[in-house]
Design a binder for this molecule. Structure first.
Ligand code: NCD
Length: 366
C-alpha cells in the first residue's frame, strides 16, 4: 500500500512506518526547499481555508510551488460560496474538478472527514475546529526528531489551552505512539479533554500527569526535552471575559531558561499572543521558527506522496471499524450538527462508540 490518493484527516490515518517514510522524504526535500523540484509539475493544489491561517496555508502553497506544481487558494469563508450557503460536500465536489489535492481548514470538528467522504481527490486536513491538525503534528514530530535525534523516550510538556488546541490533541496521540512521555500543563478549565486522556489510557496505557503551572514540575523542568507552548484559543470561547480570565497568569517567560536543561527546546505551533516571552527568542533552545520552517519540507513530502510523485510504500494503519448503533452526537461544534444531509456514522472502539466525524465519545441508545 502506498500513500498515493490517500486522505490525511487525523494523524491516526498514517501508520508509524508511513510517518517515518514521510520524514525520510522530508529530509530529502531540503535540497529543493529553496529551488524547484519539478516533482509535481502539472498538478494543482487547492487551499480552501475557512479559518485564519498564515503558516499552514502559506507553507502548503510554498511546498507545492517548490514541487513545481500550481496553487489555487481561497483564504476565507466570507469570500467563498459558503457565505451563500453552499454545503461542504458540494464545495469539495466542485473543487475536485479544478485541483488534484485539496487542503482544507474549517471551523467545524470533523469537516475534513466529510470532505474526504465526498471528494475523489485526496483531502489533507489543515485543522478542523478543535479536533485535529495532523500536518502540524508531522512537522512537530519531525522537529523533535531533527533536534533531539529521536522520538522514543522524549519528555514533552504540552502547555496552554489543551482543551481547545487541536495541535496538542493530535500531538499527544502521536507522541504516545512513538514512545514519548508527556506531562500536561494547562490553566484551570483548559485541561486536556477526557476523550484524548481516555484514548491515551486505553490505547497506550499511559496517564500523563497534569499540572496547572510549569512551576509545579520543580526539578522536573530540567528533565524536559521539549516545552510545547500553545496559545489560549480565543476564537473557541463564547464570551470575551471567559477568554481573558482563562489566559490570566499564563506565560512562559525567559526566567525559565535558567531552570530548564541545556537542551530543553521551546516549541510552539505559532501564532503566539502573549504566552511566550519574546526574550526567549535569542536563545538557541527557542525552536519555534525552525519548527515553522520545517513545515515546508514536511508538507512537500506529504503532497508529493499523495499525488504519487514519490513513493512511500509502508504498511498502513488499521482504521477503527464502523459500527451500526442507535446513537447521537451531541457535540454542537461537530460538522454533523451543521450539515443536515450527513448520515450519522459511528466508530466502535473497544467499549466505546465515537462519532465518525468529530471522534467524540457518544452513548449508544440501543
Ligand atoms: C495552530 C492552529 O491553527 O491550530 N496554528 C498553526 O497551524 N500553526 C495553532 C493556533 O492557532 O494556536
Amino acid at each position: 500500500m502506498s500513500l498515493v490518493g490517500r486522505d490525511l484527516v487525523i494523524i491516526g490515518d498514517l501508520s508509524d512506518a508511513e510517518v517515518e517514510g514521510l520524514f525520510a522524504a522530508a529530509d530529502d526535500m531540503h535540497r529543493f526547499a529553496r529551488s524547484n523540484a519539478r516533482l509535481c509539475q502539472g498538478k494543482v493544489m487547492a487551499a480552501l481555508f475557512h479559518e485564519p491561517s498564515t503558516r499552514t496555508r502559506m507553507s502548503f502553497e510554498s511546498a507545492m510551488l517548490r514541487l513545481g506544481g500550481g496553487v489555487i487558494s481561497c483564504a476565507d469563508a466570507a469570500s467563498s460560496s459558503a457565505a451563500k450557503g453552499e454545503s461542504l460536500a458540494d464545495m469539495v465536489r466542485v473543487i475536485e474538478g479544478y485541483a488534484d489535492v485539496i487542503v482544507l481548514r474549517h471551523p467545524l470538528e470533523g469537516a475534513a472527514r466529510v470532505a474526504a467522504d465526498y471528494a475523489k481527490v485526496p483531502i489533507i486536513n489543515g485543522g478542523d475546529g478543535a479536533h485535529e491538525h495532523p500536518t502540524q503534528t508531522l512537522l512537530d514530530l519531525y522537529t523533535i526528531r531533527s533536534e533531539h535525534g529521536r522520538l522514543a523516550g522524549v519528555k514533552v510538556a504540552l502547555c496552554g489551552d489543551l482543551k481547545h488546541g487541536r495541535t496538542v490533541h493530535s500531538l499527544a496521540v502521536a507522541l504516545a505512539r512513538f514512545g514519548g512521555e508527556m506531562v500536561f500543563v494547562s490553566p484551570q478549565g483548559l485541561e486536556m479533554p477526557e476523550d484524548v486522556v481516555g484514548r491515551l489510557q486505553r490505547e497506550h496505557s499511559i496517564t500523563p500527569p497534569a499540572y496547572h503551572r510549569l512551576d509545579n514540575l520543580g526539578d522536573g523542568l530540567r528533565e524536559l526535552d521539549v516545552i510545547y507552548a500553545t496559545r489560549v484559543q480565543k476564537e473557541r470561547f463564547a464570551l470575551p471575559e471567559a477568554y481573558e480570565a482563562a489566559k490570566e497568569g499564563y506565560q512562559t517567560t525567559a526566567a525559565l531558561l535558567d531552570r530548564v536543561g541545556p537542551r530543553t527546546l521551546f516549541m510552539h505551533p505559532l501564532p503566539r499572543v502573549d504566552e511566550l516571552d519574546y526574550a526567549l527568542d535569542v536563545d538557541h533552545r527557542a525552536a519555534y521558527f525552525r519548527q515553522a520552517a520545517n513545515g515546508v519540507v514536511v508538507r512537500m513530502a506529504l503532497v508529493a506522496a499523495v499525488l504519487g510523485s514519490i513513493d512511500i510504500a509502508a504498511p498502513p494503519s488499521a482504521p477503527a471499524p464502523e459500527v451500526t448503533v442507535s446513537a447521537e452526537c451531541t457535540n454542537p461544534r461537530c460538522v454533523m450538527a451543521h450539515e443536515p444531509y450527513l448520515p450519522a456514522r459511528f466508530l466502535g472502539d473497544g467499549d466505546t462508540v465515537r462519532c465518525r466525524y468529530c471522534e467524540r465519545e457518544v452513548t449508544a441508545t440501543a
